[in-house]
Design a protein around this ligand. Structure first.
Ligand code: MN
Length: 395
């Protein structure tokens, strides 16, 4: 697997004069830093951290968690040293949430209250623990998450990079699956909108760039009290040939009985009809479905398919689950299922009979009748086709 779509955006927000957040987008490494400290300290601390993490010369001979720890140590050393040299920078520091995707895993290093999330199977899960006063009170059972969200001290962090000669960073490693979407963000996002909104925004987004813009917009619409920084990245299969095989696999239509579950045909490999485009439904649309994907789209399609299944299940189980249409070559055909395309390439029907008769051989009135796609019993559907064949004098 590898990094697929990714995007990042940082915004000053509506209340701050400066943006003291910093970003690193160096796939498979991503990082978000949120600086703190008077004067220009916060901005500098975050930028130093970003420049350390953006260093592509760091040895990949070491495993990801070890590399992250080494980068944290180096960033901490540089920030602390610079603060020692310049009294106006005393106490400057930064949060850091950084991740490396490697060998089927994601290694995450955490200092402070920026966050990493994973969206998998439409479920958004926070992967990091905030190092903040309120988060510690919540973990100790002394505050509810609702109280924490409104607590006046919610911005107080308990760990930062660069404020002390050494830093305690949490490093975790979790497995990664194809289709996982990750989000790293500063508290300017999470203090403005809650996880449900983040989740819905990700699921509604067309692509990674759309997602980061929508998240920043949502945080600003909620007030934009702080700098907002987000980066999203998805994990995809890296073998194109594997994907192709998966997307063009066709179920064995002949062995399916009426008791089988409704098939969801991946017919992306079939080409659009050039013969009878006016027939509309029942004719394949897109020539090929794109193999590029981002989780929200895919998940939405699957959810739609599942919702369709529920509705269709009843119809399919009944006898009136047949209709007459025309196939991709313009041949009159009997279909089982319902004449719906859930999305390009996913249908809720299958062809069970193809007539030698082609739709263009019918009169316009007959063609119009053919396209009503009324659900009927199988014998009625076959009878309709035989009637057309008789009218057209097909042997
Ligand atoms: Mn912040």
């Amino acid at each position: 697997m590898k990094i697929g779509q990714h995007a990042a955006l940082t915004d000053t927000g509506r209340k701050r004069l400066r943006n003291e957040d910093a970003l690193v987008v160096a796939p498979p490494l991503f990082a978000v830093a949120d600086g703190m400290g008077g004067a220009k300290g916060g901005q500098l601390a975050a930028r130093i951290t970003a420049s350390v993490f953006d260093d592509k010369t760091s040895s990949s001979a070491l495993d990801a968690p070890t590399r992250l720890r080494a980068l944290v140590t180096e960033a901490n050393r540089q920030i602390f040293a610079q603060a020692q040299r310049d009294p106006s920078l005393t106490g400057m520091g930064t949060t850091l949430t950084a991740a490396i995707v490697e060998d089927g895993e994601i290694a995450i290093v955490q200092v402070g209250d920026s966050r990493a999330y994973r969206l998998r199977d439409r479920i958004l899960e926070q992967l990091t623990d905030d190092h903040s006063l309120v988060a510690e009170l919540v973990r100790a059972g002394r505050l509810t998450p609702e109280e924490a969200a409104l607590h006046p001290q919610r911005a107080v962090i308990t760990r930062a990079l660069g404020t002390d000669p050494t830093v305690a960073a949490d490093v975790t490693t979790i497995d990664v699956r194809t289709g996982d979407l990750f989000l790293l963000c500063s508290d300017g996002l999470t203090s403005m909108i809650d996880d449900d909104v983040i989740s819905a925004t990700l699921l509604d987004s067309k692509n990674a760039r759309d997602a980061v813009r929508a998240l920043v917009r949502a945080a600003n619409q909620a007030g934009g009290d702080d700098n907002i920084t987000v980066t999203v990245f998805e994990v995809v299969e890296d073998s194109w040939s594997d994907k192709e095989a998966a997307s063009t696999a066709t179920p064995d239509e002949d062995t399916l009985s009426s008791l089988d579950p409704v098939p969801l045909f991946p017919e992306g490999s079939r080409s659009a009809s050039q013969h009878a485009p006016e027939l509309g439904a029942g004719i394949a649309h897109g020539a090929s479905s794109s193999t590029r994907s981002i989780v929200p789209l895919l998940v939405t399609a699957l959810a739609l398919a599942l919702a369709g299944l529920v509705v269709v299940g009843a119809v399919w189980g009944s006898q009136r689950a047949y209709w007459v249409g025309a196939d991709e070559d313009g041949h009159i055909a009997v279909y089982q299922g319902v004449p719906w395309d859930v999305t390009e390439g996913i249908r809720l029907y299958r062809k069970i009979h193809v007539s030698p008769l082609r739709a263009p051989q019918l009169s316009p009135a007959e063609r119009a009748r053919l396209l009503d796609h009324d659900l009927v019993r199988e014998d009625e559907a076959r009878g309709k086709v035989e009637e057309y064949e008789r009218l057209a004098e097909v042997p």
